[in-house]
Write a protein that binds this ligand. Structure first.
Ligand code: PEP
Ligand code: MN
Length: 332
């Protein structure tokens, strides 16, 4: 939050209109002690360095409240390029897609082919899977990381995959371009530290009931530990109605993009649990400001070992990408 103080006797309205011309919306506030007027900068205003604002006639000084997440804030001012793919290009959403789990070398090769054919950028797929039941398929582990990397390389795709434990940070970092921290681990600070220390970019999923502040602070942990960038991922929060698996928080998406100016992608698969809702919510996510999508797609949804009901089939995936009207390449 920025506060602009004015020189004594300055015309506040004149200063406001000059600032507005630079893209800053302000609210006048009166100091109880001095009676002087100061201007509070509205959060969605254009962000300009203090030196520029001090040049505006009538402006005395610029004050900014110290942020609890300075490294996250700093991301807002630099281009975010992950594995050669530039995030945040208008009209060029970054597409990360693939099955929930890497089930076999053949399955992930087929998934890579269909993701590449449709114009996707990243191949996703879990080698280490967090499952609610201890009796559910939990991934093939390290061999699956190799299958995933080989499949992606064969089609010129980048790899995003989840790292669940500090024990697996090294092998996941050796195979992935973007390390995913899942919603169950968003505040596993020891894991965040170990993942950040790889110096790699991280996809940070929002925990089921995490506030924006908690989510941003988890991003700060990663950047403070050395992560090169943090891409936030809204994947639905805990709602009250089981009609959808989770509740997609598009307000949080708009806040991340338009107020905090962070790279943000949306996972409509885990948000809804239903493949029929993925296309409309994907379009809504991009309209709200998402820089990309993380979508589950499976070459044979009926045989999926996890999350088949929320995976698109190949034709549905192609139709979704075509419906997004992507016209500009996202390659940096
Ligand atoms: C996933 O993307 O594979 C996953 C398990 O997601 P989440 O952490 O959002 O449940
Ligand atoms: Mn899944």
């Amino acid at each position: 939050m920025q506060l602009i103080t004015l020189v004594p006797g300055a015309d506040a309205k004149d200063a406001q209109s000059r600032l507005q011309a630079l893209g800053l919306w302000t609210i006048p506030v009166q100091s109880e002690h001095t009676g002087h007027t100061a201007l509070l900068v509205e959060p969605h205003s254009r962000q300009l360095p203090s030196e520029v604002l001090r040049e505006v006639p009538g402006v005395a000084d610029v004050w900014a409240a110290p942020s609890p997440h300075p490294k996250v804030d700093a991301q807002a001012h630099r281009p975010i390029v992950i594995g050669g793919v530039r995030m945040g290009q208008p009209g060029a959403p970054v597409i990360m897609a693939g099955p929930c789990s890497v089930e076999s070398a053949t399955q992930i090769a087929a998934a890579a082919a269909l993701v590449a054919r449709a114009g996707g950028h990243f191949l996703r797929g879990g080698a280490f899977k967090p499952r609610t039941s201890p009796y559910s398929f939990a991934g093939h582990g390290e061999p699956a990381l190799r299958w995933l990397r080989d499949a992606a390389d064969a089609h010129g795709l980048k790899v995003v995959t989840e790292v669940m434990s500090e024990l697996h940070v090294a092998p996941v970092a050796a195979h992935a371009d973007l390390l995913q921290v899942g919603m169950r681990n968003m505040q596993n600070f020891a894991l965040l530290k170990a993942v950040g220390a790889t110096g790699k970019p991280v996809l940070l999923k929002r925990a089921l009931s995490a506030t924006m502040h908690e989510w941003l602070m988890a991003g700060e942990h990663l950047l403070a530990a050395g992560a090169s960038a943090v891409v936030f991922c809204e994947r639905g929060i805990q709602g009250f109605d089981p009609a959808t698996r989770n509740l997609l928080d598009l307000g949080a998406v708009a806040l991340m993009r338009h107020v905090y100016r962070q790279p943000i992608v949306v996972d409509p698969s885990h948000a809804t649990g239903r493949r029929d809702l993925i296309p409309p919510l994907s379009r809504a996510a991009i309209a709200a400001g998402a820089d990309g999508l993380l979508v589950e797609v499976h070459p044979d949804t009926a045989s999926a070992r996890s999350d088949g009901a929320q995976a698109l089939d190949p034709a549905e995936f192609e139709a979704l990408i075509a419906s997004l009207g992507i016209t500009v390449s996202a390659q940096a």
